[in-house]
Design a protein around this ligand. Structure first.
Ligand code: NAD
Ligand code: IPM
Ligand code: MN
Length: 347
């Protein structure tokens, strides 16, 4: 079992360290961790945010544990050299098209979310976000119009096979949960979304047990705050899924709690918190590592078939939260290491 560990920038190394401690504490026989450079730190060391050596490590591994990338001092580099290209490049190069972002409120945290307790405690949803297409990977540029004005442009598109495979991922996920799938789009305005909706409806014929609904993304953003308990599985495109998942994280308490799995066909996957490198708190030992620890649990479940060990980690995190171990993001005072200690102790 070889896990590639790409810690990255900002709080990435801080939160990844705690997730690795948790994995090591499990004492899994034959577990091998291989580190690689990604993001701004990789650019500074090797001149590229996703060096070939890192891609080779990724390809030789069973799964990837990823911290975060992003460094404001790199924001003026040409786009292909920016830290974010590391995660975008890994997703594309490795065919990691299905991004699972579960959000449920942890018992004992209901009073800490920004929603009313009775609203927050209903949340148990899964966002299935497409990760290889959409406006993220279309042609883009800044050009000068004939009249001299500058124009920025980004091409949004989805091919039907791309929609079909993420729709199936959404339906498959719904089959393992509450059998309700809500497809989120903007079909009232965007042709990309019209095709999305048509194809999701076609695929629904394969899943007669799943109740399919459709919602425009603006309404979905509102409903996530008004009545998040209505959602079981949400399937949506790359951009909408990015935005809605940050929003869902606050509905359950903090962005420091939301884990994710980015899956290819088969068992290979990349696992990362949904948050970024958090430059405002980096290097201070303040970051909440729970999202990364929970991502490590998803790694064990989805890529290594170790359900029992995954559940053990999740139970330890839930226990630590119930015992009041909260980082600053949840209004508490526990630091990164202390939270890691609390989870390790409870394993
Ligand atoms: P961010 O997620 O890094 O931070 C947003 C806010 O949430 C900040 O106030 C931060 O302190 C807080 N926060 C995030 N994670 C936290 C944690 N674990 N514990 C406590 N607080 C936490 O988003 P941003 O500020 O918009 O972006 C910063 C950089 O990260 C940018 O360069 C961006 O491109 C990058 N980014 C990378 C990823 C990724 O690697 N997958 C994801 C999102 C953003
Ligand atoms: C995420 C991030 C990335 C995204 C950025 C860093 C490219 O926001 O993983 O949610 O937009 O997908
Ligand atoms: Mn994001």
């Amino acid at each position: 079992m070889r896990i590639a560990v790409f810690a990255g920038d900002g709080i990435g190394p801080e939160v990844t360290e705690q997730a690795v401690r948790v994995l090591e504490k499990l004492g899994l026989p034959g577990l091998e961790l291989v580190e690689g450079d990604v993001g701004g730190m990789a650019y500074r060391k090797h001149g590229h945010p996703l060096p070939q050596a890192t891609l080779d490590i990724a390809r030789g591994a069973d799964a990837i544990l990823f911290g975060a990338v992003g460094d404001f001092s790199c924001d003026n580099l040409e786009r292909h050299l920016r830290p974010e290209q590391a995660i975008l490049g890994l997703r594309k190069e490795l065919g990691l098209f299905a991004n699972l972002r579960p959000a449920r409120v942890f018992p004992g945290l209901e009073h800490l979310t920004t929603l009313r307790r009775e609203v927050a405690e209903t949340i148990d949803l899964l966002i299935v976000r497409e990760l290889n297409g959409d406006v993220y990977f279309g042609e883009k540029g800044i050009r000068t119009l004939p009249d001299g004005r500058r124009q920025g442009w980004d091409m949004m598109s989805y091919a039907e096979d791309e929609v079909r495979r993420i729709a199936r991922a959404g339906f498959d996920a719904a089959m393992t949960r509450g059998r309700r799938l809500c497809s989120v789009d903007k079909a009232n305005v965007l042709e990309t979304s019209q095709l999305w909706r048509d194809v999701v409806i076609e695929v629904s014929a394969e899943y007669p047990e799943v109740e399919l609904s459709h919602m425009y993304v603006d309404n979905a953003a509102m409903q996530l705050v008004k009545n998040p308990g209505q959602f079981d599985v949400i399937v949506t495109g790359n951009l909408f899924g990015d935005i809605l998942s940050d929003q869902a994280s606050m509905c359950v308490g903090s962005i420091g709690l939301l884990a994710s799995a980015s899956l290819a066909e088969g068992s290979f996957g990349l696992y990362e918190p949904i948050h970024g490198s958090a430059p405002d708190i980096a290097g201070k030992g303040l970051a909440n590592p729970m999202a990364t620890i929970l991502s490590a649990a998803m790694l064990l479940r989805h890529s290594l078939g170790m359900e029992a060990e995954a559940a053990r980690i999740e139970a330890a995190v839930a226990r630590a939260l119930a015992d009041g171990i909260n980082g600053g993001d949840l209004g508490g005072s526990a630091g990164t290491r202390e939270i890691g200690d609390a989870v390790v102790e409870r394993l």
